[in-house]
Design a binder for this molecule. Structure first.
Ligand code: FMN
Length: 436
């Protein structure tokens, strides 16, 4: 019997209108989608109907530090608090994993532990927490700081933060309840543990007010790719999102990250690496290319420069649009993304760079027929560059409809993707053990 081919995991990285910087201007996009719950409900239903492992909602705790005039040209100005979205979506879905970003720098760990444990109970074991350290001065200014906390310290705090959150998730042993109305004993006191964490950054007594959730604990996701980011991921993450522009970069990243797990006593199979993938799909290559070209033509260079600033913290002058891109100096922000943009900008003008990253912010972009895209997806999986992909539809709902209608059936035909949910929790969908 032929060996079962490695199965692909898929998550849908969602927002209200699509990931391309000009998505809201596309004729097939309703720009009000960013602030209408039914628009989110619809794309989540699409992903669940296609049997995706999860949906993911990112978060930023501020709008970019730009004048309203400049912000007024982009849909980035509007988005819901992501975990609130997930609590609203949980009762409207049955199997799909629900992942949201919460910042370890600006949200106390007790809140995060309780929020995701609650979501895991309410959703029947489908919660995932994307840990970010929040990498902009704009966010710092919403929490009483002038400038952001340094990169290294943010990650050092994050490592202790995860230990506190996981400690709180272990407040109760399994099956603590006695419900003995006769003796008046509600639970077995030996099954409740007080954390009493006293660390460098956090002092948290605990316990949490919730027993172990259906997954044991929610899935921990991480999206930092710098050396500090990878070290934290190797220690704590079960799922890793990353921006990798091509197969070689993605393979090097995945191989390097897996190799780090052993240092924390973890097996290389204890993590799912999910690079971002922005697909432009057409029945023909020309049709797919036309979809890409249509969006590229809608890019306003000022908005493109705004995106570069939001991602790098570096203000680049519109006067230099047709000059070669200078190397972007690292700062305390998103270090791997700054390095990636420098790399992508080698030999380009500033205008060419912003056109290159306007769609997928440095993530892998593929343009082609369903067969061509499935070929490349299989190549990444078989090269060990990925366990699956975080699908970043350029426009919503159209881009996700294209992918689920055209590419997913092709992956199924090739024996690479599930035809139905055989499992019920996110952890089970991903084939992750709960003992992590
Ligand atoms: C797919 C993906 C999703 C991300 N989502 C968020 C997010 O929701 N909020 C956020 O502040 N940062 C987000 N980030 C940025 C990371 O948290 C991190 O700051 C960035 O990857 C740079 O990490 P580094 O400084 O370790 O290189 C995301 C990154 C990726 C690749």
């Amino acid at each position: 019997m032929a060996a079962t081919k490695k199965q692909i995991h898929l998550s849908a990285f969602l927002n209200g209108v699509g990931h391309h910087v000009a998505a809201w201007r596309h004729p097939n996009v309703d720009p009000s989608g960013a602030i209408r719950f039914d628009a989110y409900r619809r794309v989540v239903a699409l992903a669940e109907a296609a049997k995706f492992d999860a949906v993911f909602f990112a978060d930023n705790l501020a709008l970019p530090l730009a004048p309203p005039e400049q912000l007024s040209k982009g849909a980035v100005a509007n988005f819901f608090e992501p975990s609130s979205l997930l609590f609203a979506l949980a009762p409207l879905t049955t199997h799909i994993g629900l992942i949201a970003t919460v910042s370890s720098t600006y949200m106390p760990p007790f809140h995060t532990a309780r929020k995701f444990a609650s979501l895991d109970h309410i959703s029947g074991g489908r919660a995932g927490w994307n840990l970010v350290t929040s990498a902009t001065d704009a966010e710092a200014r919403n929490f009483g700081l002038k400038d952001q906390i340094g990169h290294q310290e943010r990650y050092a705090r994050a490592a202790e933060y995860v230990a506190v959150v996981k400690g709180l998730w272990k407040s109760w042993d399994k099956d603590p309840y006695l419900f003995d109305k006769e003796s008046g004993r509600y639970f077995d006191p030996d099954k409740l543990h007080i954390l009493d964490h006293e660390g460098t950054y956090y002092s948290v007594r605990g316990p949490l007010s919730l027993p172990p959730s259906p997954q044991g604990h929610p899935v921990i996701v991480q999206a930092g790719s710098s050396d500090d980011g990878q070290a934290l991921a190797a220690q704590t993450a079960e799922m890793v999102f990353t921006a990798q522009p091509d197969l070689a970069a993605a393979t090097a990243f995945a191989t390097g990250l897996r190799a780090r797990l052993a240092a924390f006593g973890r097996s290389a199979d204890g993590i799912r690496i999910m690079p971002g993938l922005q697909p432009f799909v057409g029945e023909t290559r020309a049709e797919a290319q036309a979809k890409f070209d249509t969006l590229q033509a809608l890019i306003d260079p000022a908005v493109g420069l705004g995106l570069l600033y939001a991602m790098t913290g570096i203000r680049l002058s519109p006067d230099k649009l047709d000059e070669p891109v200078e190397t972007l100096a690292l700062n305390e922000g998103m270090q791997s993304r700054i390095a990636l943009f420098s790399e992508l900008g080698r030999g380009l003008t500033l205008r060419q760079l912003l056109l290159k990253v306007a769609g997928a912010r440095g993530h892998w972009t593929v343009i082609g027929t369903p067969q061509e895209i499935a070929d490349q997806i299989e190549a990444w999986i078989d090269a060990g560059a990925a366990d699956g992909f975080n699908i970043m539809a350029p426009i919503l709902p159209g881009g996700l409809e294209d992918f689920t209608r055209l590419v997913v059936p092709e992956l199924i035909r090739r024996g690479r993707f599930r035809t139905g949910y055989e499992t019920s929790t996110l952890r089970q969908h991903l084939g992750l053990s709960s003992e992590q």
